[in-house]
Write a protein that binds this ligand. Structure first.
Ligand code: BG6
Ligand code: MG
Length: 214
């Protein structure tokens, strides 16, 4: 029997590699604004919502933009991102993603999705996995982005499971912080030197084993 009652997954960078498309779209926007932007800086943006990411990219220059200009920039980034993901399909599921969802289901646990992306529902539909989740948090209903715990606490609440009985799965520093602030166990996907606050880190869901947590 698992020590958990639910597993709550992030989407971008965990189930599918949309993290790369977010990077490409932000990179083009940053270049147009004359702002330096690289993969190392992008790590800070993972798990951060659209407007929060824009503020981080603009940095000290953000004060020179009106709220309307910022919204226009965020909209332009989102249109570019949506072009980049337009042809996504089940082929874009990361290795081990479906097997991990199957394993959690077979163990009788609830499955939640906690992505701050307002494109999450569309991406799940394109991947063909929407019905595998008992709950998908609607990012539009949230007041706070990761690293605030709101999204993981909301998912646990919707699933009817106490936070301490949840395993959260994340590729982002902000996401791992959100899971830990929610009082959950954090499984990091990626580099243990980056995801230092995670309880355990694996390179990808193809290394996911519920048995690791007995
Ligand atoms: C997160 C990504 O899942 O969603 C971030 O890690 C992204 O990179 C954020 O900025 C918001 O996504 P969207 O689709 O609402 O712009
Ligand atoms: Mg992510």
């Amino acid at each position: 029997m698992s020590r958990f009652k639910a597993v709550i997954f992030d989407l971008d960078g965990v189930i599918t590699d949309t993290a790369h498309y977010h990077f490409l779209a932000w990179k083009r926007l940053a270049a147009a604004q004359g702002v330096d932007f690289d993969l190392a800086f992008n790590e800070q943006l993972k798990g951060v919502d659209r407007m929060g990411s824009l503020e981080l990219i603009l940095g000290a220059t953000a004060q020179h933009y009106s709220p309307q200009q910022k919204l226009a920039l965020a909209d332009a980034k989102n249109r570019h991102y949506q072009q980049l993901i337009a042809t996504m399909s089940a082929c874009d599921l990361l290795p081990g993603a479906v097997a991990a969802l199957d394993a959690v289901r077979a163990a009788g646990l609830k499955i939640g999705l906690a992505s701050v992306s307002k494109n999450a529902f569309a991406v799940l539909e394109m991947l063909g996995i929407r019905d595998r989740f008992d709950d998908v948090v609607d990012a539009a209903t949230l007041a706070n982005s990761k690293p605030h715990p709101e999204i993981f606490l909301t998912a646990a609440h919707h699933l009817g499971v106490a936070p301490q009985d949840c395993l959260g799965v994340e590729d982002a520093v902000a996401g791992v912080a959100s899971i830990k602030a929610a009082g959950m166990v954090a499984l990091g996907i990626g580099d243990p030197h980056i995801l230092r606050a995670a309880d355990r880190v694996i390179p990808g869901l193809d290394h996911f084993r519920l048995d690791d947590y007995r």
